[in-house]
Design a protein around this ligand. Structure first.
Ligand SMILES: [Zn+2]
Length: 72
């Protein structure tokens, strides 16, 4: 089983981190500076954390359905 990651910039040191998708909305620690922050997606247009959650759910759904054929 492959883990899915998304890219996020560390708010402290600015490095690009690979955060596991399942850590979305949770507190994670930067592997470079050990700074703790909340993992979240940063899409171009979003004005609420609800959007972020919806987007995350869509991503998760995509991952879940990508492995099997969905009849239409
Ligand atoms: Zn950092």
């Amino acid at each position: 089983m492959t883990a899915t990651y998304f890219a996020q910039e560390c708010p402290s040191c600015g490095r690009h981190l690979q955060v596991r998708l399942e850590y979305l909305g949770r507190s994670v620690a930067c592997q470079h500076c050990q700074r703790q922050f909340e993992a979240m997606l940063t899409p171009p247009q979003s004005d609420s954390s609800e959007d972020l959650l919806n987007r995350a759910n869509e991503l998760l759904a995509t991952v879940a359905t990508a492995t099997r054929t969905v009849p239409r």
